[in-house]
Design a protein around this ligand. Structure first.
Ligand code: NAD
Length: 389
C-alpha cells in the first residue's frame, strides 16, 4: 500500500463540440475578460477560421487586439513582442487560438506580462513556479485548432531559449486555461502533414504516460482510451480531413494525452526536444519518428502493460503486435521511418550526437522513462533513429 500515493489534477472546463466557437463571447463573460488579446500564428491568421472567429467577437462588440507573431516552436522574442502588445492594448486576458505554438505563447503572455522576474526563473524545476506572482497572471481562454499537444488542458508552456538552443518547459498551475472551447470544426483545415504529426503527438503523450512508472490509475485509464481513439480515428482524419467525427475524436485524444501526461513522459520526448530545438522540426512528427525505437528499448519494463493495452485496442499479438501496429500506422500517415526522412541533408558528427544525448538525459521528461535513459542509451536510440534500424 505504501506506494499508492499520488496527486491528480483535473480542473479545466472544456466546452466540447462542433460549432461551439460561437460561445466565445459567453466564455469571455464567464471568465471576466473585457479586453482580450487574441493570440494566433501568422499562417492561421490568413485562414477563414480566424476571420470567422474574429467576426463572432466583432458581432458581440468585444474590444479585442490581435497578436500573430508566433513561429512554430516559439521563441522568447515572440513572447517579448506579445507582452508589449498586451500591455500597450491594456488587455486583461488572452484568447490563445491555434496549435500548440500559439496556445503556449498565448498562455505565456498572460503569465509573464505581470511578472518581474525573468521567464527562465519559472522553468518546470522543483517548486520554481512558487517564485511567480500568482495574482498578476491574467485569465486564459484556449481554443485548439490542431489535435495533438493538448496544451489547452495543460499547466505548462513550451518555449525555446535561443541563447542555449534548448526547449524549456515553463510551469505554473495558473497557466491552466480557465475555459477551453474544443470545436473540431476548427481543425478541419489542417493539412495532412500537420494532421499526422499532431495526431502522433497525442499518441506519444498517451503512450509515454501509460508506460511511465508511478501510481496514477486515472491517467492510465485516460491514456488507454486515448490510444484506442487514435488508432481508430487518426487514419480517417488523415484520409479525409472533413471527417468531423474523426476530427472530434482526435481532439478528445489530444486533450486526453495532455491530461494523462501529468503522470510523466519518457525518452520519445527527451530525444524529440533537443532535435526540435536544434533542427526546428515539427514536435509531433519528431515524436512519431522516435516512437518504435523507444518502444523496443523499453520492452523489458513494459511488455505486460503493452500486451494489456494491445488487447484493449483490439490489436493481436501482445507487445510485438502493438509494435507492428505503430509502424503500420506511421507508414499509413507517411511518417518518415528514420530521421534523415524528416531532416533533409542530415549529417551529424560524433560531437553533435553526443550533444543531443547530453541534452536528452537532462530533459525533464527523461525521469519518466520506464528504463533509465543513460547517455549511452540515448546515443544508441539516436543512432537507431538515424539508421532506421
Ligand atoms: P503548431 O502550433 O506549431 O502549428 C503547426 C502549423 O499548423 C502552423 O503553421 C499553423 O499555422 C498550422 N495550423 C494550425 N491549425 C491549423 C488549422 N486548423 N488549419 C490549418 N493549419 C493549421 O503545431 P502543434 O503541433 O499544434 O504545436 C507544436 C508546439 O506545441 C511545439 O512548440 C511543441 O513544443 C508544443 N507542445 C506543447 C505542449 C504543452 O503541453 N504545452 C505539449 C506538446 C507540444
Amino acid at each position: 500500500m505504501s506506494k499508492l500515493i499520488s496527486k491528480w489534477n483535473y480542473p479545466t472546463t472544456v466546452r466540447f463540440g462542433a460549432g461551439r466557437i460561437k460561445e466565445l463571447p459567453d466564455v469571455l463573460a464567464a471568465t471576466g475578460i473585457k479586453r482580450p488579446l487574441f493570440v494566433t500564428d501568422p499562417g492561421l491568421a490568413k485562414l477563414p477560421v480566424v476571420a470567422s472567429t474574429l467576426k463572432i467577437l466583432d458581432d458581440a462588440k468585444v474590444p479585442y487586439g490581435v497578436f500573430s507573431e508566433v513561429r512554430p516552436n516559439p521563441v522568447e522574442t515572440n513572447l517579448t513582442a506579445g507582452i508589449a502588445v498586451f500591455k500597450k492594448g491594456k488587455h486583461d486576458g488572452v484568447i490563445a487560438f491555434g496549435g500548440g505554438s500559439a496556445l503556449d505563447l498565448g498562455k505565456l503572455i498572460a503569465f509573464q506580462a505581470g511578472q518581474t522576474r525573468p521567464l527562465w526563473d519559472f522553468e518546470d524545476v522543483g517548486d520554481w513556479w512558487t517564485r511567480a506572482n500568482s495574482d498578476a497572471i491574467a485569465p486564459i481562454i484556449a481554443v485548439p485548432t490542431t489535435a495533438g499537444t493538448g496544451s489547452e488542458v495543460g499547466r505548462a508552456g513550451v518555449i525555446t531559449n535561443e541563447a542555449t538552443h534548448t526547449k524549456k518547459v515553463i510551469f505554473h498551475p495558473k497557466l491552466l486555461p480557465a475555459i477551453v472551447i474544443a470545436d473540431p470544426e476548427l481543425s478541419v483545415g489542417m493539412p495532412g502533414f500537420i494532421t499526422a504529426g499532431t495526431g502522433m503527438d497525442a499518441l506519444a503523450h498517451c503512450l509515454e504516460a501509460y508506460c511511465a512508472p508511478g501510481y496514477h490509475p486515472m491517467a492510465d485509464g485516460i491514456a488507454v482510451e486515448g490510444i484506442r481513439l487514435v488508432f481508430e480515428n487518426l487514419p480517417k482524419a488523415f484520409a479525409n480531413g472533413k471527417d468531423l467525427v474523426a476530427r472530434a475524436h482526435m481532439m478528445s485524444a489530444a486533450a486526453m494525452g495532455a491530461t494523462a501526461f501529468q503522470k510523466g513522459l519518457g525518452a520519445i520526448h527527451s530525444l524529440s526536444h533537443p532535435i526540435g530545438a536544434l533542427y526546428d522540426t515539427h514536435h509531433g512528427m519528431t515524436n512519431a519518428v522516435f516512437m518504435p525505437y523507444v518502444l523496443a528499448f523499453n520492452r523489458e519494463a513494459i511488455e505486460d502493460r503493452i500486451a494489456r493495452l494491445a488487447a484493449y485496442c483490439g490489436i493481436r499479438g501482445g507487445f510485438d503486435g502493438f509494435a507492428k501496429a505503430i509502424v503500420k500506422l506511421r507508414k499509413e500517415l507517411k511518417v518518415p521511418h528514420a530521421l534523415p526522412g524528416l531532416i533533409k541533408g542530415l549529417d551529424m558528427d560524433r560531437k553533435r550526437k553526443a550533444l543531443i544525448a547530453d541534452m536528452a538525459v537532462v530533459d525533464p521528461t527523461a525521469g519518466g522513462n520506464p528504463v533509465k535513459l543513460t547517455k549511452k542509451a540515448a546515443l544508441t536510440l539516436l543512432e537507431n533513429a538515424i539508421a532506421g534500424s
